[in-house]
Design a protein around this ligand. Structure first.
Ligand code: FMN
Length: 367
């Protein structure tokens, strides 16, 4: 297994993860999804990870207004690819556990054991309300998510019919066949960073997908979730971070490119809409104007992933620092995914291999 695993993040939503009116963003059509997934697959990228999104954030770009539903998208891409792990990202309020368990197993079979389930508790009240359910308070949302996951795991593992008698779900004579190909069940990722989010990951997930305002924060989060998993549940959990790549031949060119995409063409209105919903739902008040400005820029660069702006060597240095903080995977986004994947193959992977972060690819991989 590579010391640094990679995923392509957000190729199912319009503009991907970059809140900008720049050219080359994700358009959301099937030919594009297949092309990008196959390209990542040929490069040996480990995972293809969608964003779960039910409505956009307005602004000039109408950011993320067009989206592919992630389970059906994953099923199609599972058939279109060979090696790469295909994830569905699902907000728990949008799908009943009995259906989710069955969909996961079906895609696990289509992909011959390459399916991954990324669970999100759901922070976006306007989206939750589209399903007719009220947004639960933050801590209770995770109690619901915990029960949702327990129910699914029983459906994946148990052969005899069982009744489920939970606080949120009550169901009789539950049974699901066939079982997943991955034993005991498909790889589970969970995206969330609060204490409750970490506890969910520590208890249920193979990978905790996190955001952090700095590498120091990331290092502390990684240490916390890993020790919680070991101490409280006797488990190991990997941690993956998120990076928005702005890479050019030189650092100066990369900074100019970042400035153009984010400062000249960035969609502040959409980013502010997103940040405001997020702040309201997470109960965090961002009053300091300088802090708000930084949050907005990072939001615009790549859904609050680390903006990684630099030459290929500098980008690889930063990714190596993420690994040094204890992260074993990084999800990538770019303002232009086709160009980003080409650059990954030509410039970044050879350097990551030379640094011992990834094993060299076979000769028939992309040049
Ligand atoms: C890295 C990362 C990726 C996320 N991706 C999504 C997503 O695709 N769709 C979504 O609705 N929420 C997404 N979320 C939101 C989380 O599911 C969660 O609701 C939010 O982070 C609040 O939980 P927390 O306080 O535990 O972080 C993501 C969160 C993180 C940290």
């Amino acid at each position: 297994m590579n010391r640094l695993q990679l995923a392509v993040f957000g190729a199912n939503v319009s503009h991907g993860c970059t809140i900008s009116c720049s050219n080359g963003g994700i358009e959301v059509n099937w030919a594009e999804s297949v092309r990008l997934a196959r390209h990542a697959d040929r490069l040996g990228v480990e995972a293809f990870l969608p964003v779960c999104r039910w409505q956009g954030f307005g602004g000039l770009s109408d950011f993320n207004a067009r989206t592919f539903e992630t389970w059906t998208w994953a099923a199609g891409l599972a058939q279109a690819t060979q090696q790469i792990r295909i994830f569905a990202t699902t907000s728990v309020a949008s799908v009943h556990p009995v259906l989710a368990a069955k969909q996961a197993v079906t895609i696990d079979h289509i992909s011959n054991g390459r399916f991954g389930l990324n669970v999100v508790a759901g922070w976006n009240a306007p989206e939750v309300e589209m399903f007719g359910s009220p947004q639960l308070p933050h801590e209770e949302r995770y109690a619901y998510t915990d029960e949702w996951m327990q129910f699914i795991k029983r459906l994946w593992r148990e052969s005899h019919p069982f009744d489920f008698d939970g606080r949120y779900f009550k169901a009789q004579r539950c049974r699901a066949e066939p079982k997943p190909l991955q034993i005991p069940y498909p790889l589970v990722m969970s995206a969330g960073v609060s204490t409750a989010g970490r506890r969910f990951a520590a208890r249920h997930a193979d990978i905790n997908f996190i955001l952090a305002p700095s590498l120091e924060h990331a290092r502390a989060t990684v240490a916390d979730v890993k020790s919680m998993a070991r101490r409280d549940y006797g488990r190991n959990v990997a941690v993956w971070g998120n990076a928005a790549i702005f890479c050019r031949n030189t650092s100066g060119e990369a900074r100019d490119w970042y400035h153009h995409v984010i400062h000249d063409l960035g969609d502040l209105e959409a980013a502010a809409n997103l940040l405001d919903i997020f702040a309201r739902e997470s109960g965090s008040q961002i009053d300091d104007p300088a802090l708000r400005e930084r949050y907005l820029r990072n939001m615009m660069a790549g859904y609050s992933g680390f903006p990684v702006v630099g030459s290929p060597d500098e980008v690889v240095d930063f990714l190596a620092e993420m690994v040094a903080c204890g992260m074993s995977g990084v999800t990538l986004s770019w303002p232009d995914y086709d160009a980003g994947l080409a650059q990954l193959g030509q410039e970044l992977l050879p350097r990551l291999e030379a640094r011992g972060l990834r094993t060299p690819r076979s000769p028939h991989s992309d040049p």
